[in-house]
Design a protein around this ligand. Structure first.
Ligand code: ZN
Length: 184
């Protein structure tokens, strides 16, 4: 038996000012995240804070587990323009097709960039900040962000998507991240 948690237990009472982007191999990054129960002010504030952290780190996408909050939410701005910022709550990729190969990085894997094959086009369904469902179809980088960020919500990381060649090429940086975490 697991004790039932109060609705939005993971997003209420989060100290937003102290949130930081966490790095591999922090165990929170491999958790399967739980859905957001209700889009309330705490969820909206979390999304806003995550966008701040994402832009400050020059990222185009950031998932909630990357700030240690293991709920199904991510933020993105494929163009890196503030007016293109969006928050996706309880997102689900409902269709995807085609293939693209390209370099991919992750704010939780600083110093790593590797070729990852993704679907070229992806349609996502999510809730917006008002709790209303919406669908969006993205191509190329936007589709890549959808796939990378929804992977995070299932605890699937860049290191799990890397082929053996990329893993070998990045082994020094991966080891440094592991050592930094062990020494922290
Ligand atoms: Zn990432």
């Amino acid at each position: 038996m697991v004790k039932e948690m109060a609705p939005n237990a993971k997003t209420r009472g989060v100290d937003l000012a102290s949130l930081r982007i966490i790095c591999y191999p922090d165990p929170r990054l491999t958790e399967v995240c739980t859905p957001v129960d209700e889009v309330d002010d705490a969820v909206r504030a979390l999304g806003a804070r995550m966008l701040e952290l994402m832009f400050a780190s020059k990222g185009v996408g950031l998932a909630a587990p990357q700030v240690g909050v293991t709920v199904r939410l991510f933020v993105a701005s494929p163009t890196f323009e503030p007016e293109d910022r969006r928050v996706y709550i309880n997102p689900k990729i409902i269709s995807a097709e085609g293939v693209q190969d390209g370099d991919e990085g992750c704010l939780s894997f600083p110093g790593i960039s590797c070729k990852i094959r993704r679907k070229k086009v992806a349609t996502i369904r999510a809730l917006n900040l008002r709790g209303r469902p919406f669908e969006e179809t993205g191509e190329d980088l936007t589709a890549r962000i959808f796939q990378h960020e929804t992977d995070h919500l299932d605890g699937c990381l860049l290191v799990d998507r890397m082929g053996s060649v990329a893993r070998l090429a990045n082994r020094r940086v991966l080891r440094e991240l592991e050592e930094a975490s062990a020494g922290a």
